[in-house]
Design a protein. Structure first.
Length: 453
């Protein structure tokens, strides 16, 4: 996998991890807050119901009033209300909140009807009817025509209990029928609160509230959806930013790779041209500096290679001169000078000179390369240049005679003194004479002259 996609995946991973951690913490805090507020609301409602129920707990005939209190409280609080005795035995129970809606009817207080006056609506009796039911016959038959009836309808909505009050005048109460309702919200919490009635140390009973609408759950569901949306958005942004940043980072690296490939192919003049800073810019500068050093070193190696070639050529040339002279002397000694003691003595003396010269050359081959590179220090001593020229020309006279070439030296009558490195000067003159005899045709002339300037 390329560094570009690794960078993108790392951004996506960090985005998901960040949203996940922050989302988990946020969700946990929101859930704890919702549960705390829900429990606090239930405890407050339970305390209010307990205050209303306490006087009724001392009457053995107040079961109906307690049931009405439970129903009314459940209607107002939209939860289940149970009133228990001191041994937590049930006295009144509103039942589970009806998810299909609830309907209550308030009718004028009538002594002919068994029931008690509603504690919340004075002069009225409070009845709960199920959807699809009509008023009980014992109530409908006792209501005179034109009696006012208040119908209270409630149903669950997405944001809590919704209820309406509607007053009608009955011409025929028995025709009153409660239509069925379609539920809109069914999600309820499992929270439960038990609150003592009376002295908490010695309660006469308990109020139990449960099954409230779970607004916290609805809030948490919205929060979960928001966190999922935020996570998806964070991933999309991470991919976009990763693509942009990876392109910005990988482009210089690709340029370095292309330049390296060109240098590997032999083009040492290419350089990386990056207008960027930071570590990649520093890398590009170091790369260019390395390329400069490499090109310089290779140039030096090539120069040393050429110098070595010249050194070998010069060494070969320098060795060939005394070797050729010795060869000619040996040929003459075996030929025309075989019976001439004077010529033999002269040739043997010259051969000894060439042998010493050959010995000197073999010991100073390295100096040739140093001299060529300008690194050699000359041993300057005052010498007679006429004598140096004669000594340099003497070994070539037999070769010149063999090739029918006239070798002439034109020197002043008086000595010409000059500071010079004699062995090396003789070597230079020998090279010149060797080349002159090599390229002069038969019957020609080679002249070595010395003049004062």
């Amino acid at each position: 996998m390329s560094i570009r996609w690794r960078l993108i995946f790392s951004y996506v991973f960090l985005a998901v991890l960040s949203v996940g951690v922050v989302g988990a913490i946020t969700y946990q805090l929101a859930e704890t807050y919702a549960q705390t507020r829900e429990s606090a609301g239930l405890r407050a409602n339970a305390q209010s119901i307990a205050l209303q129920a306490e006087p009724l707990m001392y009457s053995p005939f107040a079961r109906f009033e307690l049931q009405q209190l439970a129903d009314t409280s459940a209607f107002l609080g939209d939860n289940r209300v149970r009133i228990l005795d001191a041994y937590q035995r049930q006295i009144a129970d509103s039942g589970s909140p009806d998810t299909d809606g609830q309907t209550f009817v308030l009718v004028p207080l009538n002594s002919a009807v068994q029931g008690a006056e509603s504690p919340l609506f004075p002069g009225m009796m409070f009845f709960q009817l199920e959807p699809g039911m009509s008023l009980p016959a014992e109530i409908a038959d006792t209501l005179p025509a034109g009696s006012p009836v208040t119908i209270i309808e409630s149903h669950d909505g997405p944001w809590g209990k919704q209820f309406t009050f509607k007053e009608i005048v009955l011409s025929d109460a028995s025709t009153l029928e409660i239509p069925a309702q379609t539920p809109e919200y069914r999600y309820r919490s499992a929270s439960l609160v038990l609150h003592p009635i009376g002295d908490p140390a010695n309660p006469v009973g308990y109020v139990e509230l449960s099954e409230p609408l779970n607004f916290g759950g609805d809030l948490l569901a919205d929060l979960r959806q928001a966190l999922v949306t935020a996570g998806v958005g964070a991933v999309v942004l991470a991919v976009i930013f990763g693509l942009w940043n990876s392109q910005r980072l990988s482009s210089p690296l690709k340029s370095l790779a292309r330049t390296s490939a060109q240098m590997g192919a032999g083009d040492l003049s290419v350089r990386v041209n990056l207008q960027t800073g930071g570590e990649i810019g520093e890398l590009a500068n170091q790369f260019n500096q390395m390329a400069d050093n490499l090109q310089s070193n290779i140039g030096q190696l090539e120069a040393e290679r050429d110098a070595l070639r010249r050194f070998i050529a010069d060494a070969s040339h320098e060795l060939r001169t005394p070797v050729t002279a010795l060869k000619n002397f040996n040929t003459l000694l075996q030929g025309p000078a075989a019976d001439d003691p004077a010529a033999q003595s002269e040739f043997l003396s010259e051969s000894q000179t060439q042998i010493r010269r050959l010995e000197w050359i073999t010991h100073n081959l390295l100096d040739l390369s140093r001299l060529d590179a300008g690194l050699m220090q000359l041993d300057l001593v005052e010498h007679d240049l006429c004598e140096v020229i004669e000594a340099a020309a003497a070994p070539f006279k037999p070769l010149a005679a063999e090739k029918n070439i006239s070798l002439v030296t034109q020197l002043p009558d008086e000595p010409v003194l000059q500071a010079a490195d004699r062995p090396r000067l003789e070597m230079v003159l020998s090279n010149l004479l060797d080349n002159a005899l090599k390229f002069t045709p038969e019957g020609g002339q080679v002249t070595v002259s010395l003049e004062r300037v």
